[in-house]
Design a protein around this ligand. Sequence first.
Ligand code: ADP
Ligand code: GLC
Length: 464
Amino acid sequence: MRIVFAASEVLPFAKTGGLADVCGALPVELEAAGHEVSIIMPYYKEVGVKKVFNDRAQVDVIGQDIKVYFIKHKAFFGRSSLYGDNMNDYPDNLERFAFFCRQALELLKEIGKPVDIIHCHDWQTGLIPLLLKAPYAGEAFFSATRTVFTIHNLAYQGVFPKEEYAKLGLEEKFFNDSQVEFYGKVNLLKAGIVFSDYVTTVSPQYAKEIQTREWGCGLEGVLQSRKGRLAGILNGLDYERWNPERDVFIDPAFSARDQLAKKIHREKLQKVAGLPVLADIPVFGFVGRLCYQKGFDLIEGAFEELMHRPIQLVFLGVGEKKYQELLKKLARKNPQRFAALVRYDEDIAHQVYAGADFFLMPSVYEPCGLTQMIALRYGAIPLVSGVGGFLDTVSDCGVNKKQGNGFVLSSYSVSGLLEALDRALGLYNQKEKLAALIAQAMDCRFTWQSSVKHFNEVYAACRS
Ligand code: ADP
Ligand code: GLC
């Protein structure tokens, strides 16, 4: 099939989180499975691709022959970051991404090859399914085109004041509560959910959760109404990129059968993080966006207790100012034990995965989560909350004695966190058992090939 990805971030061109990893890796796997794939994303300042396609777009290639088109608009996309400045969203995000969606469709017409599937990702592309069902509905060029809409994070919905609706250039009739309107405002994620031919999200467990009042972020009713065409497909991990046996960021290499180098990496990490280099103290790592989702209320609540235990913690992340400040404050309180590396740094991220004994990720909710998969591959045993994609990838080694690969909090609470952490510390002192668990963790695979099978079914269902 001819498949086009429309997304607001794609690795290696621009990234703030897992969306970019997915939109960089899945197209390559789809191409390997025989599809003709291309990608459309905005031409941000940081992209820097030189080759001009036409007035509308620049172009590059990834994979074997996946054309990546970048929609140009200096005022909209030539900015210092993707979505906002100083922790505030850009005030014209509706216009920026509505422009992107329309331009993407115009570009496809210029390229001139009819498309079977436009695979859209998150609210920034939510307008595309609606445009195809309405203003573009009569166009012969798109008559056989179907849309898949993937929700990576239901908490980000692209909600704007109703006064902005006019900027979408749509007929008034779509602003109603079963389509684009959401409590009196414009909701672009809702548009994507309602108008696409198929909705997917990034893990089977999250697909269930988002249909409940607790996790539906107000859209549970809309999602339930689409349940016959809603699938939870687990993200894969790019095991070429995340491979401790061949990782340009880490030296020496290591593997499940030869874990000795992990010690060296722990020492290196302690140095990089500015912590005392102690031989027999477990290091807990964290890599991620600093936002409410990632469970910082638990970290803050458990801090004093954590500091009574023989552990060191290394946090690497950027994000909301209040969490950046929180981490810096905790590091000042106990610089021997707690390190806050407040920045985005690919190199150090690899060092954290390689050097940590355990990986801490007590998210409030987690649609899929890639970091726990990476941590597993690098033998950093994950401690996760029992939600979303964590439940599809991490199995508690106390409960599942044969195939467990980590620790799952029994409840989202400070006591749940401490209880899991104490069990991890207990295991840390049983060296043989620990080595066996690390080997088991490193052998876990969440491949894109198995997700591609599901996407093939979804694409086929759209066209039947
Ligand atoms: P989310 O998409 O919610 O941010 P994921 O777990 O799906 O979470 O993906 C996060 C991705 O971003 C991973 O590849 C992780 O290694 C990377 N990442 C997050 N923060 C940083 C950082 N500060 N430096 C380097 N990489 C980071
Ligand atoms: C989102 C989610 C994360 C998921 C990623 C890629 O940002 O927060 O759980 O792994 O998208 O799908």
